[in-house]
Design a protein around this ligand. Sequence first.
Ligand code: MTE
Length: 323
Amino acid sequence: MSLREALNIPSSQITDEAVYRDRRRLLAAFALSPALGLSGCAEAEAPPPPKAAPPSPEQIKAGFRTDEVQTSYADVTSYNNFYEFGTNKGDPSAADKTLRTSPWTVAVGGACAKPGKLSLEDLIKGLAPQERVYRLRCVEGWSMVIPWLGVPLADVLKRFEPTSKAKYVAFTTLADRKQMPGIAYPSINWPYREGLRIDEAMHPLTLLATGLYGKPLPQQNGAPLRLVVPWKYGFKSIKSIIAISFVEHRPLTSWNDLQSNEYGFFSNVNPAVDHPRWSQKTERRIAGTGSKLFADRIPTRLFNGYGEQVSSLYAGMNLRTWF
Ligand code: MTE
């Protein structure tokens, strides 16, 4: 049974993946303009979009795209962790679409020469959306392969001219009880917060995502703007970001704050370091259409398979101590 079936979502609500594949080039242009929305008129007038090319060897080598089987759109958008909308996997997609994603502003400040509060459109202005097909590995032991749209975080951060005191970057999610029913429950010390070391934030794989499968991010996946750090456990990929701050000291992060012996600040995917309640040696890959939630286990790879690109960031560090 697919997740969609398990969650009882009619197939009429789901975009056919073949249709998606043909449309995504066109839709990419819209994904970064939430204010524009997707007008059927614009689609009708546009010439047929070119077929998406398979990833080049260079893209695979850089880690920008994998050719592994992608998780279906239905599964990516119905099996979620977004505690602001409830703690069950189906809660975020079942929730009323109460999140106002436009206008959306992001405050960028702290140790930088040019702090500011910008509209999402201004924050990413002039940066061409890129497609990145990344593995996402959750600390709970499941994984997906997701085609994101977004811009490298580094390209955005550089605009604010971080100073030499900017050793870390802190991120904050919106916490509005009116728009997010889960905020009524203290499952997390709201707002949800995350952080990266500055070199992790500036790494070319670190993405600020605005879309997936060629469409704007759905509410349940962290609309309109979320982080994606593919070599770290999924909880580092903070959703619906409203503030970014350059800081000198390691910032407070939500899961580390809740249970520091279970969730380290770094949280790099590592099969050799088990979570006290879950082995991290293997994972269940939710992939393809009609995939099984309890798919066969596959081995988990150090840094989620991105070691070639990121292991130098941790040279000389004991990954057991700095889990
Ligand atoms: N961001 C916020 N604000 N709130 C959350 O509950 N959950 C995290 C992360 N980002 C979460 C969040 C976890 S545990 C995971 S695994 C990923 O989002 C899941 O992303 P997805 O639902 O898009 O697959």
